[in-house]
Design a protein around this ligand. Structure first.
Ligand code: PMV
Length: 326
């Protein structure tokens, strides 16, 4: 086996990961929980070949060097070590996610890379081990190996920090609508943002407690298929994550004016009787959580404000799959 292609969908955290305790092993400070989405994904092909003299990375037809390549090489090096392969690789990825705009493009990218690279190298890894490998590229990618509602156990070391599905086939009508407000590259990377917060935000100890409590509560809400409770926990958790950023030194935020406008619009809808909740990540875009029976009402209210084309509805999506191997 020398080449393989994998498709991985992105995920949006309902209980956020925001801080590492080991940046080499990418061990997080807390557990987290996400929903994998049907609409946003990456297709990545990896080929190991003796015709290459160095690793190559091509994303959407563009050759990438520097930091982007380095992150990919970290995962490739782990695969080379495990498989005793000493060949350079060509990695070609097609991204169906607006890159670096807080829609977790790195989650799908590194889940697809881990799956394609390990398969191309002839390794037959379990999904748990794939999630550990994806973690080394990007924390959120740990969860994208699985579909539906997924929990990432922070663990105590490399072996114990992996993701696990809570409900891979989501059998209740939760849906997510992304409001695309800005698809430009974000200014503060998640890596830098979370590191700065762990080091300087006085609220960090409280955040660890918030996440521990939210993990318990959201799992109970999932058991009950209670979309309102899930949305409420997710919105509160997101606001508390972003409060860490405001309280850092110097403080910063991923929100822009359009982010606040979207947050208010969702709050107004809810105040007027349509249950919906928002969450935001390391970028300005807002994701709305709701029962799909309310989709039309929410679209009708948000379209005049943000443009119908900027509202992207996603169902719960599947885990990472292999598309082909040679
Ligand atoms: O693993 P990264 O660098 O993509 O960081 C993800 C951080 C958040 O998206 C903000 C939260 C999360 O749990 O996905």
């Amino acid at each position: 086996m020398t080449s393989a292609t994998a498709r991985a969908h992105t995920n949006i955290a309902l209980v956020k990961y925001w801080g590492k305790r080991d940046s080499e092993l990418m061990l997080p400070q807390t557990d987290s929980l996400s929903l994998t989405l049907s609409e946003f994904y990456a297709d990545t092909r990896v080929e190991f070949s003796n015709r290459l003299d160095h690793d190559e990375l091509i994303i959407d037809g563009q050759s990438i060097n520097g930091k982007g390549l380095k992150k990919v090489q970290k995962v490739l090096d782990l695969v080379r070590k495990m498989s005793h392969i000493d060949l350079a690789a060509r990695v070609e990825s097609e991204n169906h996610v607006p890159m670096a705009a807080g829609l977790a493009s790195s989650a799908s990218a590194f889940a697809a890379l881990a799956t394609a690279a390990s398969t191309a190298a002839g390794l037959n890894m379990s999904r748990r081990d794939l999630s550990r490998l994806a973690r080394r590229g990007s924390g959120s990618a740990t969860r994208s190996i699985f579909g539906g509602l997924v929990e990432w156990h922070r663990g105590i070391d490399d072996l114990t920090s992996y993701a696990e599905p809570i409900m891979e086939e989501v059998d209740f009508p939760i849906e997510m609508m992304a409001i695309l407000l800005n698809t430009e590259q974000k200014k503060v990377s998640s890596t830098l943002g979370m590191q700065h917060v762990v080091e300087t935000s006085p609220y960090y100890p409280a955040w660890r407690e918030v996440v521990a409590a939210d993990m318990q509560k959201i799992k109970q809400a999932i058991d009950k298929h209670d979309i309102n409770e899930i949305g409420h926990i997710a919105q509160t958790n997101a606001l508390r994550m972003h409060a860490l950023n405001l309280a850092a030194d110097p403080g910063f935020t991923y929100f822009n004016d359009a982010t606040l406008k979207a947050m208010h619009a969702v709050d107004d809808l809810r105040a007027n009787g349509t249950n919906c909740y928002y969450t935001m990540d390391a970028g300005p875009n807002v994701k709305v959580i709701y029962d799909r029976a309310d989709r039309n009402k929410i679209q009708a209210a948000l379209s005049p404000l943000f443009g119908a084309d900027n509202l992207i509805v996603s169902q719960p999506g599947p885990g990472t799959v292999l598309l082909d191997q040679e």
